[in-house]
Design a protein around this ligand. Sequence first.
Ligand code: GAL
Length: 355
Amino acid sequence: MKKFLLAIGVMSLLIALVVTGCNVGDREKQNFTEDKIDTENVTEPDLSQMKVGVCIYRFSDNYMTLFRRELESYLLKQGFSKENILILDSADSEIVQDRHVRTFIEEGVNALIVNPVDPTDVKTITNLAVEADIPLVYINREPDGDEEVRWEEGGWNVTYVGCDARQSGTIQGKIIADLGIENIDKNNDGVVQYIMIEGDPGNADTQFRTEYCIKALTDAGLESECLFKGFGNWERGVAEERVAEAIQSFPNAEVIFCNNDAMALGALSAVEKAGIRAGKEVKIVGVDALTDVLIAVLEGQMAGTVFNNYVDQAHFTADAVINYLNKENNPHYIGCDYVAVTADNAQTILENLAH
Ligand code: GAL
């Protein structure tokens, strides 16, 4: 009996040792695997598992629709999964946008891309992302200068991707100045009489495009006079109404500057409906290089536009997100150049964008 008990005791000890040994071995193996996964996570995250939350200020904005589609398709090409790219319409409401950002954070997104509804008031969004330690890339509607200083000083993973609106305004002004005063000045008074259709208030693109197109006329030695100025909210229909109103009072306007192309198309419709020959009697210029505008430029109804390169900007945005996920830094401002478009190069731009 004693021998039997001893045998059981030895067996139990052996089993215990084997089991313990196994456990230790497994734990070591497990630790090793965990270490390995950690290292991999630091250097090369699996992008197909990374969730990106995207807030677009308004889905119905033509230009942002092109941007959003390019962004999604490029993220997919980089290896993100469709179900992990979450894109929401802020419907031009700051409240809705804040709610979407909070929801994305609760859902555990790995990165945020925000096209702010109110670029003058993004503090809350920035703070939410920074507190949750989620990298944030703002796009297209540039937050106030103060914000960029905060990101810099805090050493936060927050950046902005966009173009310098002053450049687009300057190009618009030059396109008009290059036509020569003799081809613009219908009433021969030596002054360019113009209508200005602006985007939305409190937006850098609105402010600088409006200011710099006129500055470019002045720099080219042209005197100008503003006949009418109104907000078109970046929308074709609203701009059409504004321009229809304006040309009733000022049928002899010589130039219509529009802060974007959707509004330039609205201006074109209003002018045509009023029986004024666009291109001949009034020069219209926009920004973005929407397909319909490129065609109108080629047909001579519009003086030109400015290519707002959404392809590059969408790629820079996704690349910045990937850098952050790779634990790499980005500058706090990632810029992109505008390109002048006239009848000379509109066809090339049209063909390039078709691919
Ligand atoms: C501009 C663009 C406009 C409109 C606007 C929205 O960059 O030219 O068409 O999308 O952004 O803020």
